[in-house]
Design a protein. Structure first.
Length: 233
């Protein structure tokens, strides 16, 4: 299989996913601690600025939301996640940090994204796009493009099928196929998907987590001339 060809499905009802992540929510930061350095690298690429409006798709426990809200000052950060339990953990984190008033967290397990057209300067998503079933990923990316201002930017951090999977990646993918209710995320051809859904990639970084390829993408929606003035992180 070439890196950008077919990739495995997520054969689990959305309601089951919500229940699963709500059960894990109180210990998720511990379980997913290895993801945090990649999230921080993604936020460095995002480079949130004071006064910006930024949407995070899949905010989880609020780890990235806290850092985005601190960076944008008088701006506004919105977060979207399907898990009620994750939302409660994120709210507590933001309340303790005195940031809750400048953040809007939305629990939703359906598309479209419940925000108006052309209102966000940037979209951020880390280890979330690969949780969607394959037919839904283009819809998610198109929705991200819809809510972005023309020329807006998107940063994606994802398990990657953009390069040939090493042994650990192939083992992990087979485990995902065999145990989809436990390992629901899987490597996806993120770069190919982002490019095919209206974005122009300006920076791409391939790295590794426990032998699994991880990609960090910085891309623009080039509907407007404002994109020419955007800085590449």
């Amino acid at each position: 299989m070439k890196p950008n060809q077919e990739f495995s499905r997520v054969n689990r009802p959305v309601q089951a996913a919500e229940s699963y992540y709500s059960r894990l929510s109180r210990v998720y930061d511990l379980l997913a601690s290895s993801e945090k350095r990649f999230i921080r690298q993604g936020l460095d690429l995002l480079d949130p600025q004071p006064g910006e409006m930024i949407l995070e798709v899949g905010f989880g426990t609020g780890y990235a939301q806290q850092r985005i809200a601190q960076a944008i000052g008088g701006g506004f950060s919105a977060g979207l996640d399907l898990s009620i339990g994750m939302g409660k953990v994120a709210q507590r984190r933001l309340f303790r940090s005195r940031l809750l008033e400048q953040v809007g967290l939305v629990q939703s397990d359906t598309l479209p994204i419940p925000f108006q057209n052309n209102i966000f300067d940037a979209v951020f998503s880390s280890f979330a796009l690969e949780l969607f079933d394959s037919p839904l990923i283009p819809e998610v990316l198109q929705e991200c493009r819809r809510v972005l201002k023309p020329g807006g930017r998107i940063v994606i951090v994802s398990l990657s099928r953009d390069v040939p999977l090493p042994l650990m990646g192939r083992i992990y993918e087979n485990l995902h196929i065999s145990f989809p209710n436990i390992l629901d995320c899987r490597p996806i051809p993120a770069q190919d998907l982002v490019e095919k859904n209206g974005f122009v990639i300006k920076k791409s970084i391939i790295t590794s987590m426990w032998g699994l390829p991880v990609i960090l993408l910085w891309a623009l929606d080039l509907r407007g001339s404002r994109a020419k003035k955007q800085r590449v992180g």
